[in-house]
Design a protein around this ligand. Structure first.
Ligand SMILES: CC(C)(COP(=O)(O)OP(=O)(O)OC[C@H]1O[C@@H](n2cnc3c(N)ncnc32)[C@H](O)[C@@H]1OP(=O)(O)O)[C@@H](O)C(=O)NCCC(=O)NCCS
Length: 119
C-alpha cells in the first residue's frame, strides 16, 4: 500500500531515491528529499508490503495536473508489478487531476499507460 512519507523514513527514502537517474550524489539526494519535506506541492509516498518499504513515488501537484518526478522499487522486487501498482494508486489518489510525466519518468509511465489502456 502507498503511505505518505514521514521524516522518520528519511533514510529508506534516500536509499530508494538513489536508484533513480540524477540522484547518485548525496548532495542532490538531500536537496530532493528537502524539496519533498518543505514544499507542500511536492509529495512523496512509499510502497509498504509486510512492514517493509520497497518502493517510492514522488509527485508535484499543479492546478489541474500532477507530475510524477520519481519512482523506484528496490532491485529484488522489480518486475513484479509494483511500479504499475504505485502509478495506478497515485493516479487514484489525485483524481481528478491529470497525470503528467517528468522527462525521466516518461518511458516507464508510457508503459504503464499502455497497459492500463490497451487498444
Ligand atoms: C522503473 C521501476 C520503478 C519499475 O518498477 P517495477 O516494479 O519493476 O515495474 P513493474 O514490475 O510494474 O513493470 C515492469 C516493466 O516495466 C519495464 N521498465 C522498467 N523500467 C523501465 C523504464 N525506465 N522505462 C520503461 N520501461 C521500464 C520493465 O522492463 C518491465 O517490462 P515488461 O513488463 O515488458 O517485462 C524500477 O525498474 C526502478 O526502480 N528502476 C530504477 C529507478 C528508475 O529508473 N526510475 C524511473 C525514472 S525516475
Amino acid at each position: 500500500m502507498l503511505v505518505k512519507y514521514k521524516k522518520s523514513n528519511n533514510k529508506v527514502a534516500m536509499g530508494l531515491l538513489s536508484f533513480t537517474a540524477m540522484q547518485h550524489k548525496v548532495d542532490t539526494l538531500q536537496m530532493t528529499i528537502q524539496k519533498y519535506e518543505e514544499d507542500p506541492n511536492w509529495q512523496l509516498y512509499l510502497w509498504k508490503e509486510n512492514d517493509d518499504f520497497i518502493g517510492l513515488i514522488g509527485v508535484e501537484l499543479n492546478e489541474y495536473t500532477f507530475t510524477v518526478h520519481h519512482a523506484s522499487v528496490i532491485p529484488s522486487y522489480r518486475n513484479e508489478g509494483i511500479g504499475h501498482k504505485m502509478v495506478d494508486k497515485i493516479q487514484q489518489l489525485h483524481e481528478p487531476l491529470a497525470m503528467c510525466s517528468s522527462y525521466q519518468m516518461k518511458d516507464f509511465l508510457g508503459k504503464c499507460w499502455r497497459s492500463f489502456h490497451p487498444i
